[in-house]
Ligand binder design. Structure first.
Ligand SMILES: CC(C)(COP(=O)(O)OP(=O)(O)OC[C@H]1O[C@@H](n2cnc3c(N)ncnc32)[C@H](O)[C@@H]1OP(=O)(O)O)[C@@H](O)C(=O)NCCC(=O)NCCS
Length: 131
């Protein structure tokens, strides 16, 4: 099945739906709208117009940036979608972010190998989600 790749930020509804399908934590609609608007870079992958894969980079655009929302619809996994999304995001980061920018992500252990291929290494971190 042919896929359409773009650098567009997804719309709020399709974003929250893909996060749900991918088993990622819920984000309130107001949070999603504000967050998507604040993206530095995004990749959307569609099949017949439906969002089936995505990824974003958020951050200050200078010192710190974070890779977030790497997600593939379960029906489309194992076809290289997340790999392609990361290739595009890393190409953008290398072209647009300044030297010394700290690029981070919070990885599911199942995805460690995927991220290692793009130069990420395991370091200790802490995080919390607001109630
Ligand atoms: C992790 C995830 C994004 C991979 O998406 P994908 O499009 O299937 O990935 P790719 O086809 O590019 O495969 C890349 C690697 O992901 C892993 N992978 C592939 N299919 C997978 C699956 N069905 N389940 C889990 N991991 C899988 C493998 O390590 C694969 O490496 P390989 O090329 O040696 O096979 C996807 O399984 C997903 O959305 N998971 C739930 C959300 C999540 O955990 N996101 C990452 C948060 S850090």
């Amino acid at each position: 099945m042919s896929l359409t790749w773009s650098d567009q930020v997804p719309a709020v509804g399709e974003y929250t739906e893909l996060r749900r399908l991918a088993g990622l934590g819920r984000r309130a609609p107001g949070a999603a709208a504000r967050g998507l608007e604040g993206s530095l870079a995004a990749v959307s992958v569609r099949s017949r117009g439906r969002l089936v894969g995505m990824g974003r980079i958020v951050g200050d655009g200078g010192c710190f940036a974070q890779v977030v929302d790497i997600a593939t619809d379960p029906g489309f996994r194992g076809q290289g979608i997340a790999t392609g999304v990361l290739e595009r995001l890393m190409a953008w980061a290398e072209a647009e972010l300044p030297a010394s920018c700290h690029l981070s992500l919070i990885a599911d252990p199942g995805a460690f190998e995927l991220y290692k291929r793009f130069g990420f290494e395991i370091r200790t971190g802490m995080a919390r989600t607001l109630p």
